[in-house]
Design a binder for this molecule. Sequence first.
Ligand SMILES: [Zn+2]
Length: 280
Amino acid sequence: MASNKDQTVAEKLQNLHDLQSIDSEMSKIEILKGELPMEVKDLEDEIAGLETRVARLESNISELDAVVSKHAANIKEAEALIERYEKQMDNVKNNREYDALSKELELQKLEIQLSEKKSREISGQNHSKQETLVAANERLASKKSELDTKKVELEKIIEKTTKDEEKLQRKRDKAQKKIEERLLKAYNRIRDSYRNGLAVVSVARNSCGGCFNKIPPQVQLEIGMHKKLIVCEHCGRVLVNAEMMASNKAAEKAEKAAAKAAAKEDKAAATEDKTEEAGA
Ligand SMILES: [Zn+2]
């Protein structure tokens, strides 16, 4: 292979474009791999939240059950006292004793009524908590099964993409070697500074494929000749002539996908382009 420095500009551009195609393809895989783990993480968070909720409900329910039991014991105690006082009533010696016992009896009867009322209230609360618990448990079970499915899906995707990535990485290593260090550094710097990871773009609809700003006809002509390395004056991306690039179809598709993502980011510019196209 000839030294990097001996390459013509057209060759340099071709090599940069090839590297960009590979990188765009790799970014696509990264996006795909990134979405599923996020979904898994969201599910795991939701499940943890539901588990906390279920545990809290269960502890609330058992606390309320304990209160109901306490009232039941209260009632029993009061009933025992009533039985005792009624027996004593049969053997009262004077009015004062009678009045005192009557008062006690009345008090215990009230005690029972109160405990019964409280018990009913708490049972009602407990019932609605039980219903909430059943619903939470159902949701928890469905989220757990959803998580299992997602994990299997993720494993499959990782398995498949790992192979694709290894292949692309080998291609990338080769493609990178063809580019002189100075250019490679610039390429990486530009790529890192944009979210869509595009450093080499073609001209589409008289605009830069990266930032969608207009490219003057004279500059477009120069780009078309591939005699000079030309960068977009707005975004600094390297501009190439798409037709001259003997790139494979898959790589082109990847670039288009990335450009589409960029178009979404800059809707205003894209709309402007369309309007112009329609008018032309
Ligand atoms: Zn630009």
